[in-house]
Design a protein around this ligand. Structure first.
Ligand SMILES: O=C(O)CCC(=O)C(=O)O
Ligand SMILES: [Fe+2]
Length: 327
């Protein structure tokens, strides 16, 4: 038998209530005290140590996903500790982040340490390791996480030399109408739907991907890149629907075909409090369906952390071997 579940779906992970409580206790222990700043490397080191004490089923599920993210390229874990009654109002400002240690930040950081290490980009959300994904008044049609119109498919920071390997999205609060759906489309399912010509073109350096709107614009000149790279039978992908430009007519056609393939394999998940989605950003694009914020303090609230499997690779982008990429 094959070691890896290359051709099967990775099932969602349902944590039983006893494990939710265990995880809650470990997370609580990381809150308060003197070192309660999420972005302090000594706090991250504490969270890393706590990973080892998490329930075996969680650690095993995450480690298996890390080895091979399956046909879905994403893993949903249900039943993480989120106490909606104890939560403050949903933040309402753009670029809001979670600097103080709270249970959700501890959960995200422990799991990011299980996948590799957490990371962030100084230019985005002030380089915080745990970021709020919340709707912001006046930014409804913004194509980024502050918006509430449809967010089109993208890889996270696809333009960057060191894109994150994993995007972790932990739901603290759902939207009022329970219609905000995280959409994912895994290349492993989309690829077989593409014509041979489209596949060949997607491997050619005929695309330019700019930074997303959540990054301040820079004037860097970007060389053309392929959309797909690596193994022909299981490639990596880098694209963002609104930030990738096709440079030739055949690239334009291939990009359109790719978009259709993604739509036809897309999965939509309405995250509920305590659900964590882990997206393998190398093989999966993601987005979100539209929803209607009310700006009443109880809007949808997701917290996000990026993780990389090998932090060392970006060492020259991270002063003092910290977690934040400054360029
Ligand atoms: O709102 C969501 O569920 C996803 C938003 C998103 O793409 C992100 O935060 O990276
Ligand atoms: Fe995203």
């Amino acid at each position: 038998m094959h070691e890896i579940a290359e051709t099967v779906d990775i099932a969602d992970l349902e944590l039983p209530p006893t494990e939710t409580t265990e995880i809650d206790h470990l997370a609580q222990a990381l809150c308060g005290g003197e070192q309660d700043r999420v972005d302090d490397p000594t706090w991250v080191a504490r969270a890393r140590d706590s990973w080892d004490a998490l329930p075996l089923s969680l650690r095993r599920g995450v480690r298996q996903f890390r080895r091979h993210s399956g046909l879905r390229g994403s893993l949903i874990i249900h039943g993480l500790p989120v106490d909606e009654m104890r939560l403050p109002d949903t933040p309402s400002t753009a670029d809001s982040v979670q600097r103080a240690a709270v249970v959700s930040a501890a959960v995200l950081t422990m799991i990011a340490c299980g996948l590799g290490d957490p990371t962030a980009y100084l230019a985005e959300k002030s380089g915080a390791l745990v970021q709020d994904v919340v709707p912001v008044r006046g930014r409804e049609s913004f194509s980024g996480n502050a918006g509430s119109v449809l967010l089109t498919f993208h890889n996270e920071n696809a333009f960057h030399l060191h894109e994150p390997d994993y995007v972790l999205l932990l739901c603290l609060r759902g939207d009022h109408d329970r219609i905000a759906g995280l959409r994912t489309a895994c290349l492993r399912q989309a690829l077989p739907l593409l014509s041979r010509a489209a596949r060949e073109t997607l491997f050619a350096p005929e695309f330019i991907t700019a930074p997303p709107p959540s990054f301040p614009t820079d004037n860097a000149v970007r060389p053309p890149q392929p959309l797909l790279s690596g193994a022909v039978d299981d490639p990596d992908i880098r694209m963002a629907t609104i930030a990738t430009t096709a440079l030739t007519p055949r690239a334009e056609a291939a990009l359109t075909e790719f978009g259709r393939a993604c739509d036809s394999v897309a999965r939509t998940t309405v995250l509920t409090p305590g659900d964590l989605a882990i997206i393998d950003n190398r093989v999966t694009v993601h987005g979100r369906t539209a929803f209607r914020p009310r700006y009443d303090g109880t809007d949808r609230w997701v917290q996000r952390t990026f993780a990389v499997a090998d932090l060392r690779r970006s060492r020259d982008h991270r002063p003092d071997d910290g977690y934040v990429l400054t360029r």
